[in-house]
Design a protein around this ligand. Structure first.
Ligand code: FAD
Length: 396
């Protein structure tokens, strides 16, 4: 429903989704397919959102979920490798861990491709997506009728009243910031190291990671001739301390082999953190994905958690709207948090395992042998490998 008065348009819908990232667009597509009214409100323009480089994979659970919703094409990317083969190198020895699980449906799909495909699917199905929504604000979220306001680039304003708000606007968004500070508990863990994250115009073959006394190194594909490279570095390093020449020589030293070089198009420091906000809801605002929790990129589980929250929330909204049953909405936070903590435990374990060898002040040499033993065990023991595969989705 739309009404216009003095430069302000007022709309009503069932769910306002803040943020057109992975969680917001997936939720929009699911609600649209369930005939539940929704509007997605995104502060950036379409071109910006569809170019933002971050994750590179969707794990088995995510791929299966999209298939079940008839959205299997959103994870298709012609430029990415089809074969998931790779591993972790320690002193020149490769440990395949989990990659060769026949059961895996995990795929390479750069996050910006997933976002572009989800946007296309949403718009083609008639979805309402508002890009460049400026100064988004949330009001009355603890009432029966929350309101979301934003400014349009032409200076006009839009007010949307709704039944529910889905906060899918990432870690720095406005949704969580709209909750009174004393209503949420923050749990966080800072790692002692960071990543230098590099985008380079260079093919990635083979891909994988290296555990080394100098720190972790990683190379992952991001399309046909592009790679995301990571180098463990001390927390507090700046990109200026990492000239291109140093990057290539560190990669070579840590992998213990020649690595192809190419033009570096971006380098930045990524702090590694684990964060959870609890509960994941307040009044009629529900937090999904990075707005409620983040895991270090080493675990490659940010997308997984965003998709998990989205699926739980979708089923809860469907039950409420179609049958008046609020029980799944009431348990939304508990359901998601128990899953999130499981993956936080996995994320800390795998992150420390892969980085500890690079910290001489923390028994680095000893920790390297522990990492070797763990990787060997995952490789040799079907039971350990299966458990690891379930958590990791068969993919690092
Ligand atoms: P986001 O993707 O952050 O989307 C939020 C959206 O909300 C954005 O479009 C943003 O513009 C919009 N927004 C923000 N503020 C507002 C506002 N005020 N109003 C309206 N809109 C707003 N995960 C993996 O699974 N595997 C990986 O390999 C991996 N690698 C990563 C590497 C890096 C360098 C980083 C930074 C992250 C990585 N992640 C990885 C994590 C993953 O990218 C996130 O977990 C994922 O993007 C979460 O999705 P989301 O939809 O919750 O949030």
């Amino acid at each position: 429903m739309v009404a216009t008065a003095e430069n302000t348009t007022t709309i009503t819908t069932t769910v306002v989704i803040i943020g057109a990232g992975v969680a917001g667009l997936t939720l929009g597509n699911f609600l649209l397919r369930s005939d539940i009214g929704c509007i997605v409100v995104e502060k950036h323009g379409r071109a910006y959102v569809e170019k933002r480089q971050r994750a590179g994979t969707v794990d088995s659970r995510g791929v299966r979920m999209f298939r079940e919703w008839g959205l299997e094409d959103v994870v298709k990317d012609d430029s990415s490798p089809k074969e998931i083969t790779g591993g972790t190198w320690i002193d020149g020895v490769r440990y395949p861990i989990g990659f060769e699980d026949d059961d895996t449906d995990a795929v390479f799909c750069p996050q910006q491709v997933l976002v572009r495909n989800l946007t296309d699917a949403f718009l083609e199905a008639g979805g309402d997506l508002r890009f460049e929504a400026l100064d988004v604000s949330l009001e009355d979220i603890d009432s029966e009728r929350p309101t979301v306001r934003y400014r349009n680039p032409d200076g006009s304003a839009t007010t949307v009243t709704c039944d529910f708000v889905a906060g899918c606007d990432g870690f720095h968004g406005v949704s969580r910031a709209s909750v009174p500070a004393d209503a949420l508990t923050l749990y966080s863990h800072e790692y002692k190291y960071s990543w230098l994250s590099i985008m380079a115009e260079v093919p990635t073959d083979p891909f994988g990671m290296a555990i080394h006394d100098r720190g972790l190194a990683a190379r992952f594909p991001r399309g046909a001739d592009a790679s995301r490279l990571y180098l463990q570095c001390p927390a507090g390093d700046t990109p200026e301390q990492w000239p291109d020449k140093r990057i290539w020589s560190e990669l070579q030293a840590r992998f213990g082999a020649d690595v192809p070089t190419g033009r570096i198009v971006d380098k930045r420091i990524v702090p590694l953190r684990s964060v959870v906000f609890s509960p994941m809801s307040y009044g009629r605002l529900y937090l999904l994905g990075d707005s409620a929790h983040i895991v270090p990129p080493m675990s490659a589980k940010g997308i997984h958690l965003a998709l998990y929250d989205t699926e739980v929330f979708t089923h809860a909204i469907i039950a409420k709207v179609r049958e008046g049953d609020a029980s799944l909405l009431n348990s939304y936070s508990d359901t998601c948090l128990s899953h999130v903590w499981n993956y936080q435990a996995y994320a800390i374990w795998i992150t420390d395992l892969m980085h500890d060898a690079g910290d001489a002040s923390y028994e680095g040499a000893f920790r390297k042998e522990i990492a070797r033993a763990e990787l060997q065990r995952l490789n040799d023991s079907p039971a350990a490998g299966r458990l690891y595969g379930e958590l990791s989705g068969g993919l690092l």
